[in-house]
Design a protein around this ligand. Structure first.
Ligand code: ADP
Ligand code: ADP
Length: 228
């Protein structure tokens, strides 16, 4: 599903964020990305959702060589990848329903399909009763559920989540993890960067540790492995 071959990423200011990363992630895996701040986790994920392009090396997602993508193909590939952020990034003037529906309007889905699918994902994330609320009227956990609904509404093959529980209290974080596990169970590959030791050590999954831009550790059913 995701393959990085000897990926190097050097930013314009000369920072080497990734230095020769090779990794293969299969369809339907759930992978935690761990490692110190500044290690290269966000860069790794930005390459997957094509926010950045590699300086050197090949990256393919769902069969697309995304480092070499023609610009007109980018939207087509992006709809195959749902992205979730620590700070939710919802549109503040749109309701929960409209935030989710908007992701389908962008790809010009038919209105009838948008209504049906938006209702379906609102149901899945347990927010049917809050569909008309604005983000500011929702708790952090509810906002993250809206963001997850938005990320999955177009049925992406891959979900990339950058510290999705980073702004949430422990109980709310477990709810979000249950939801991500459910989405993974339904067939979506998930790559999640996290500093949440408790979650990683409890819901044991593949752990890829990045340090100084290289893969320091890659374990099936691994552990967090850092003090905090
Ligand atoms: P992490 O997500 O593990 O904290 P990042 O991928 O954000 O790590 O950053 C890796 C390295 O690249 C850090 O040294 C960071 O300061 C640097 N970096 C990230 N984004 C940029 C950028 N746009 N320009 C220059 N340096 C960057
Ligand atoms: P259908 O025509 O398929 O029955 P509806 O238009 O009734 O679909 O919409 C299905 C659900 O989505 C309803 O609960 C409706 O209130 C809700 N809905 C539709 N559009 C919006 C919107 N812009 N904002 C909030 N809720 C909406």
């Amino acid at each position: 599903m995701i393959e990085l071959q000897d990926i190097w990423k050097t930013y314009a200011d000369g920072t080497h964020a990734l230095r020769g990363v090779s990794v293969l992630i299969d369809r339907n895996e759930f992978v935690y990305l761990v490692g110190p701040s500044g290690a290269g986790k966000s860069t790794f994920m930005k390459l997957i959702y094509r926010e950045e392009i590699p300086t050197k090396g090949q990256i393919s997602v769902n069969g697309f060589n995304i480092g070499k993508l023609k610009p007109r193909k980018i939207p087509f590939v992006r709809r195959n990848i749902g992205v979730i952020f620590q700070d939710f990034r919802l549109l503040p003037n749109l309701s929960a329903y409209e935030n989710i529906a908007f992701a389908m309007e962008v790809i010009e889905a038919p209105r009838r399909v948008i209504r049906k699918r938006t209702s379906e994902v609102l149901e899945l994330v347990g927010l049917k009763n809050k569909q008309n609320s604005l983000p500011q009227q929702l708790s952090g956990g509810e906002q993250q559920r809206v963001a997850i609904a938005r990320a999955i509404v177009n049925n992406p093959a891959v979900i990339v989540a950058d510290e999705p529980t980073g702004n949430l209290d422990p109980e709310t974080s477990w709810g979000i993890m249950n939801l991500l596990e459910e989405i993974n169970f339904r067939g979506t590959t998930i790559v999640m960067a996290t500093h949440n030791k408790e979650i990683v050590n409890t819901l044991r999954k593949r752990v890829i540790a990045i340090e100084h831009g290289t893969i320091a550790r890659d374990q099936a059913r691994g552990e967090y492995g850092y003090e905090i």
